[in-house]
Design a protein around this ligand. Structure first.
Ligand code: RIB
Ligand code: CA
Length: 313
């Protein structure tokens, strides 16, 4: 079956790998890319998303979304992870095309009304566009099939603070709105994405299988790998953003735990995703909260092979 998706993204090197994985998948129809601030400022995220579409020769709408968190000052971004250009400083040429005039949130609402119940939103950056779309169209949860996010850390430490993962930490108030909405939300956090480091040999294989798209991932991830290899005994990096897409195509790759979810927005714990599996608390703060499905395990060899086989198509 073909999955209609909107990919909400802050490219970003692991975003790029995920976007190409989606483009390569015969069972995914990408209706559009909606950019958001996060790894890089939103204007750069939009231009980078457009550049990735042009490299892949895919002509779909690319929209520019929110550039600021719901509450608080402008982000300081993650150029130290993704490079000044968001692509590992590889001087990739600027895109030739134009950004779609609709904002990311407007595009999400328009597509949801056009394809009621058919679209899965795959969100792999901070959640400001989804929060804004919920404000634009309060009925959005009834119009969207599911929301699969890369974000959060349920039962493991965070990567920005001891408790918070970057996408949620970057816009905790937006995440609070998104996690409180009455839709199916599948969360792929550091519990699974940090559990599967990829060595440089993996990106070399992607490049062999797919010289253009895999070649881009290999080249752009050299800077990214340097960051992630600091203090480690071998070179490695993480392709966080492809996990929610892999689940869409083959849920059997993952073990999921259902639980009531709350998002911290206080100063110290900002961005913490606190998940209470069924029966683990009597606190109404959790028992009355929405439930989400959290990925807690992933089949490493099968997922790795799935990425390679899809790039090879
Ligand atoms: O914490 C990892 C997440 O933050 C990934 O989506 C990465 O691209 C950054 O956005
Ligand atoms: Ca991302």
């Amino acid at each position: 079956m073909t999955h209609k998706i909107i990919l909400d993204t802050d490219p970003g090197i692991d975003d790029a790998m995920a976007i190409f994985f989606a483009f390569q998948s015969p069972d995914i129809e990408v209706l559009g890319l909606t950019s958001v601030f996060g790894n890089v400022p939103v204007t750069m995220a939009a231009q980078n998303a457009l550049a990735l579409c042009e490299l892949a020769n895919i002509d779909i709408p690319v929209c520019k979304g929110v550039g600021m968190p719901w509450v608080g000052p402008e982000s300081t971004y993650a150029h130290f992870v993704h490079g000044d250009d968001g692509f590992g400083n590889i001087n990739h040429p600027a895109p030739k095309g134009k950004i779609d005039p609709r904002s990311s949130a407007e595009f999400i609402v328009e597509m949801a009304r056009k394809h009621p119940g058919e679209i899965t939103i795959v969100a792999v950056g901070p959640l400001g566009n989804l929060a804004l779309a919920l404000r634009l169209e309060p009925e959005l949860p009834k119009l969207i099939k599911a929301v699969n996010i890369m974000g959060g850390a349920a039962f493991v430490p965070g990567n920005v603070t001891p408790v918070a993962e970057a996408n949620i930490w970057n816009d905790a108030h937006a995440a609070e709105i998104v996690f409180a909405a009455d839709w199916e939300l599948n969360m792929f956090g550091l519990d699974v994405t940090y559990d599967l480091p990829f060595p440089p040999d993996f990106t070399k294989i992607l490049a062999e299988k797919n010289p253009i798209l895999g070649g881009f991932v290999e080249k752009s991830s050299r800077f990214y790998t340097e960051f992630y290899s600091q203090g480690k005994d071998s070179e490695q990096c993480y392709f966080h953003d492809a996990f929610p897409l892999a689940y869409l195509l083959d849920p059997s790759l993952f073990e999921m735990t259902e639980g009531n979810a709350r998002i911290s927005t206080d100063a110290l714990n900002k961005g913490q995703t606190i998940i209470a599996p069924a029966g683990t608390t009597a606190s109404p703060d959790w028992t009355q909260a929405m439930t989400v499905n959290v990925a807690t395990k992933v089949d490493h060899p099968r997922l790795t092979q799935f990425f390679i086989d899809t790039y090879a198509l």
